[in-house]
Write a protein of this length. Sequence first.
Length: 298
Amino acid sequence: MNPEPKPHRAGFVSIIGKPNVGKSTLMNALVGERLSIVTSKAQTTRHRILGILNGDDFQLVYSDTPGIIQPKYELHNAMMAFVYSSLEDADVILFVTDIYEKHDEEPVVERLRKTEDTPIYVLVNKIDQASQEDVEAKLAYWKEQLPNATDVLPISALNAFGTEKVLQLALDSLPIHPPYYPKDELTDKPERFFAAEMVREKIFKLYKKEVPYSCEVAIEEFKEDDEIIRIRGVIYVERNSQKGIIIGAKGEALKKVGTWAREEMEKFFQKKVFLELFVKVNENWRTDAKALTRFGYQ
């Protein structure tokens, strides 16, 4: 007599927290694929990115969200809308903080305190950079701050310490439900999105100060055949002076961005890539509702 099959569990796991606490590193570790930008600069994630982990009897849909900030202009408002929408449909909430982070009273913590029916796991990240005493103090702090949290856990997303336990806890907390997405899907985003994100990541790594935050990348052409993917992308900046910085002397800076991004794309898509990049000015796009809609933020 065959044993009864396990009931299928499926649901949405929202990963939230301030900028630079390791949310994207955590999601990439949990999914086993590099879907989200990871840099040392804050606010690199601008969209809500779903990473889907499938098993025979489960489907975990992780939601990596922008870092929680006080909005200063329309782009920030759009980014925070992604955070709050992810909380609304979450079956499990992973609230990522880190060993260094100082929290004032802020709306998202207050909202978590009022969350009653959704399991909340507070994940104190980067514990590999702290003493045992400091880790224990931070765990105690969060147990006091969020007494309704299901659990408070120490992790190191970079070193994959504690991530297996997080995966199991999230899985155990999911409702019994059929899969939301086809079982062979890894994310809800199209290939064009990841091509743009790879270019944007290299901009964050190559340029300093405000320039990376003033850039947006649009993929205007993505043509794939058996041998090669041909991609044409446009880097939008807010001012002519930024256009000159992105291009660099004799075009060397833009060439470096293109080379790094192409190499990353070839690893990701497992195919040869021909990449062309151009730079255009779209003045004050971060405060322009029409531009934000065109770039997928509205």
